[in-house]
Write a protein that binds this ligand. Sequence first.
Ligand code: BG6
Ligand code: MG
Length: 213
Amino acid sequence: MIKAMIFDLDGVLVDTAKYHYLAWKRLAREWFDMEFTMEDNEQFKGVNRVACMEILCKAAGKTLDDAAFNEGMTLKNQWYVEMVQQMEKDEVLPGVRDYVQKQRDNGILCAIGSASKNCGLVLERTDLKELFDAVSDGTVVSRAKPDPEVFLYAAKMLGVAPEHCIVFEDAQAGIEAARAGGMRCCAIGQPDVLTGYDWIYPGLYAIDQLKEA
Ligand code: BG6
Ligand code: MG
């Protein structure tokens, strides 16, 4: 029985995945003279900032000392935040408000489960916060997806057991995190890019009714 839904933020509710991509792309070019493609970006989706920086350094074949490593993350975040601050409310992805509201009207609890430390800023820019009963994000958990911590914490905040939760995710690491937490997962994206999901749709706008698996 579905009692709760936990939504990833970037790329599921809001079109911010492109800003993370552009900010990492700029860092890769300016620091490592590296081309960073949309394909490279798949590995960065859903993964927290430290883990992304580690992947980038490894791809560039560089070992940075702590100060430089932190400086790289700070710069990337500065560029990302500058873009988010320019965001318009219509960057909420199609069908999101209606879909979440419909679940709430049906008595399903709704939470956010995001790796981002900028979750609060994005929710504020988009006026989405009031649609959710709980927010579990990068400011309250520390383990990066595919660790299930962020989703288990969301379920705990809602008081719902994992087997009654469905996670909505656009990242492979997030799908794996949902499964590791004992939750079913509805992937948002393309079937040739993602695996291991229970359902897949191109966006929340396309979901009519998730059939109980
Ligand atoms: C996730 C994004 O939601 O948040 C990742 O999919 C990002 O790409 C991660 O790295 C951490 O975000 P932030 O805003 O804390 O750097
Ligand atoms: Mg995402």
